[in-house]
Design a protein around this ligand. Structure first.
Ligand SMILES: [Ca+2]
Length: 361
């Protein structure tokens, strides 16, 4: 991460001096100018993006496709997956993540399990995929770690952050905010002398999360799943995050669907694929599915390709009934992504290609 501190300071001092002679609007311009420059630098990619994924694997199939996409981007040298946290409180959820990581030869990726989390139901595909066996009776998709052996998420998050360089980690929540909420409450310990929120402030660059609904058409009635399933955690995390958050709302992924055609045709390089088997079991084929979680991964790893428009900065507020309101006049470091028709077509094809990319051998 390159911060052109000297430029920032010069611009801030200049604008401050101007503001003495002009009016309040100059001060506001100063702040927006600073945030804009900081955002440009945040988007300057010169080495693999260090990711921590926080997923509710098993509640919908886009989590599985998003994880496959991360492995493809990592194989291309564009990111490094530090760890995966589960916010779905079912034992088959971390095992499914493990099976996908193992399939992509990354069974060594640490996996952390939520404590007292939401959606304990098994779901439509995790267990079914994990229990698939070949002709010899062996698992089609083995895991690296014994099922049930995954450590709690918060200590793992603390360790991964403590071991990272300052402001180097991009957090990608594509499920509930339970783990991050609990991280903020974690005290100093033998892992770090910083409490959870201080650790987050020091080590995290920014957050790209699939959460909320910012579409005027649906805003009035839409309470987005990742927000409402753990409303307390989402509200606290979003309102208190000391680092910038980029939101890809329900409307973005809904406009960019993974076509059934891709699932049926793009994975012929392998006989069996855990994501394809999950997709076939999640709903009756053929169906196209919104790519909500994939959009968060794409913007986290490739923020500088103009795949999305960024609205903001501003502030997202979560209401008591789970709506997400975005105010660009309020001070804050929240950004909301949007896409036009052309971007939808481009992003869909990129997501299809990346999620189905063959493994390097
Ligand atoms: Ca998800």
């Amino acid at each position: 991460m390159l911060y052109r501190t000297t430029w920032h300071h010069k611009i801030i001092v200049l604008c401050y001096l101007l503001s003495i002679y002009f009016d309040l609007s100059t001060i506001i311009t100063t702040i927006k100018c600073y945030l804009s420059l900081r955002r440009q630098n945040m988007h300057h990619i010169d080495k693999p993006v260090k990711l921590i994924l926080d997923t509710d694997m098993g509640n919908d199939i886009d989590d599985a496709l998003a994880l496959a996409m991360i492995h493809s981007l990592e194989a291309r040298g564009e990111c490094q997956l530090l760890g995966v946290m589960l916010s779905k409180d079912n034992p088959y959820a971390p095992a499914m993540v493990d099976a996908i990581n193992t399939f992509y030869h990354r069974g060594d990726v640490p996996i952390g399990m939520v404590q007292n989390g939401a959606t304990p139901q098994v779901g439509n595909f995790n267990q079914a995929v994990l229990e698939m066996t070949d002709e010899a009776g062996l698992p089609c998709f083995p895991t690296t770690h014994p099922q049930g052996s995954y450590p709690p998420a918060v200590p793992l998050l603390r360790r991964l952050l403590a071991e990272s360089e300052d402001h180097s980690v991009v957090i990608v929540p594509i499920g509930f905010s339970t783990n991050l909420h609990q991280l903020f409450d974690s005290p100093a310990d033998e892992i770090s002398e910083l409490n959870g929120k201080e650790l987050f402030t020091q080590k995290v660059s920014h957050v790209v999360m699939m959460a909320g609904c910012f579409d005027e058409e649906n805003l009035a009635h839409h309470r987005e799943y990742n927000i409402v399933k753990d409303l307390e955690a989402a509200t606290r995390f979003i309102h208190d995050s000391p680092r910038p958050i980029y939101f890809t709302g329900w409307e973005v992924g809904s406009a960019i669907k993974i076509p059934a055609r891709s699932i049926e045709q793009d994975y012929r390089w392998t006989q069996d694929h855990p994501v394809v088997e999950g997709y076939k079991r999640y709903m009756k084929m053929p169906y196209d599915r919104p790519s909500w979680d994939l959009t968060a991964v794409l913007h986290a790893v490739r923020p500088d390709r103009d795949y999305f428009q960024e609205l903001g900065p501003g502030r997202v507020t979560v209401t008591e009934d789970g709506k997400t309101l975005f105010d660009t006049n309020a001070p804050g470091e929240h950004y909301v992504l949007s896409v036009d028709h052309t971007q939808c077509q481009i992003v869909r094809e990129i997501q299809v290609e990346l999620s189905s990319q063959p493994i390097l051998r």
